[in-house]
Design a protein around this ligand. Structure first.
Ligand code: S3P
Length: 423
């Protein structure tokens, strides 16, 4: 994809449904008894992977009208005839490990080249403590799950990861007795909210959640707000360009997911948020962002889980701001769809930024003008989007190789970016 600089960035945008919530709506719809209707699901490749795996497990999804998906759940899952293909999606593979741990059959989970390099013992280990029989391939996919009888356990995940917590909670719903998850730092809580939404009982206290199993859930109506992580590149584009303003309507404003807006405000950004609905178990509303003079900040390790998906785009904001921008305690970035520390350091360096790679983060000396250059996404949607926004603020043309990765979360990214760009 070739990207020319933009003089300004303006417009009103509506993001497709949140990716994290869509995965969970599909999974909970499949497990809960009765009918679940899902409005506004993400049509990105990752959520399609979850839906495809569930179909291979015998779950029927129907879509009679655009934007509305109906799932009739609660029947026992059936043994798949082949390995389940999770594509590029870590959330699909890890959450399905929790679902399948208590099934009555054997199954195998695998993914694409990138997913097959990502660590799975972090999920397998706690599930084994609940009685699951799971084998990884030297810690990686393919993962083989032999359905087993599960029991509740008291668990402390090795990383602050909503995927680990969610896999445990999905297993806990099928386990006998109480499961407690103590997170090192609390992570996005969509699974907890969805358990309640589907009639389940879960207790939360600080960063500890507990659940008494087994529990039967019942189908629900789920309306999915727009994805705030997909909104982030558009927000930053408006901040970086002069004479710019964007409005993002109908977007998820769950505090675990919009911490990046607080960090941008700390960097001097002019951003307003308004919650317009709390109706559907998740707060949603509007974000307005305008051109701003930014300055660097240090992101504390404790903040990393809440901005883990936005650190690439925050790095772009840091490179364009004045002074030093630093992220530490973010080694989780090294095991995402790509090594996001290495990918961003490479991309921003090629664009002329002064960025230093650290073992657990990066440090940018902001304020250097960027110039267009050939850069690479490393097959990672968040990197493709972050570097494309940097390209809008660079002088000359940038070519992003592997730009098609944006379809993982936001297939309409480039047309929407072009719509906002003033030239
Ligand atoms: C997700 C959690 C995050 C995030 C991923 C989606 C989820 O991963 O990076 O894109 O839906 O639970 P970790 O929780 O492993 O950090």
């Amino acid at each position: 994809m070739k990207i020319r600089p933009a003089r300004s960035f303006r417009g009103t945008f509506q993001m497709p449904g949140d990716k994290s919530i869509t995965h969970r709506a599909f999974l909970f719809g499949a497990l809960a008894h009765g009918v679940t209707t899902i409005e506004g699901a993400s049509a990105g490749d990752d959520c399609t992977s979850t839906r495809r795996c569930l179909s291979a497990l015998g779950v029927r999804f129907e879509s009679d009208s655009p934007g509305l998906i109906t799932v009739t759940g609660g029947r026992p899952l059936s043994r798949p005839i082949a390995a389940l293909d999770c594509g590029n999606s870590g959330t699909t593979l890890r959450l399905l490990m929790g679902v399948l741990a208590g099934s009555g059959f054997e199954s195998e989970l695998a993914g694409d080249e990138s997913l097959n390099r990502r660590p799975m013992e972090r999920v397998a280990r706690p599930l084994r403590e609940m009685g699951a029989q799971i084998e990884t391939t030297n810690g990686l996919p393919p993962v083989r799950v032999a359905g087993a009888k599960l029991r509740g356990a008291s668990l402390t995940p090795e990383a602050a990861s909503a995927q680990i917590k969610s896999a445990i909670l999905l297993a806990a719903l099928q386990a006998e007795g109480k499961t407690i998850v103590r997170e090192p730092i609390s992570t996005r809580d969509h699974t907890e909210r969805m358990i309640e939404r589907f009639g389940g009982r879960i207790e939360r206290q600080g960063s500890e959640v507990s659940l008494e199993g087994p529990q039967a859930l019942r189908g629900a109506r789920v309306v999915i707000p727009g994805d705030p992580s997909s909104a982030a590149p558009f927000v930053v584009a408006a901040l970086l360009r002069p004479d710019s303003e964007v409005t993002i309507e109908g977007v998820l404003l769950n505090p675990h997911r919009v911490r990046y807006l607080d960090i941008l405000r700390e960097m001097g950004a002019d951003i307003e948020t308004t919650v317009t609905s709390e109706a559907d178990a998740e707060p949603a509303g509007r974000i307005v962002a305008r051109s701003s003079a930014l300055h660097g900040v240090s992101i504390a390790p404790a903040d990393v889980p809440a901005v883990v998906d936005e650190l690439p785009i925050l790095a772009v904001a840091g490179a364009m701001g004045e002074g030093r921008f630093e992220v530490r305690g973010a080694s989780e970035l090294r095991v995402k769809e790509s090594d996001r520390i290495a990918s961003m350091v490479e991309g921003l360096t090629l664009l002329g930024a002064d960025i230093e790679e650290l073992a657990d983060g990066f440090r940018v000396a902001g304020g250097r003008p960027l110039r267009g250059a050939p850069v690479r996404s490393h097959g990672d949607h968040r990197i493709a989007m972050a570097l494309s926004v940097a390209a809008l603020a660079a002088e000359g043309e940038t070519e992003v190789a592997g730009a098609e990765a944006v379809s993982i979360s936001l297939p309409s990214f480039f047309p929407e970016l072009e719509r906002g760009a003033g030239r």
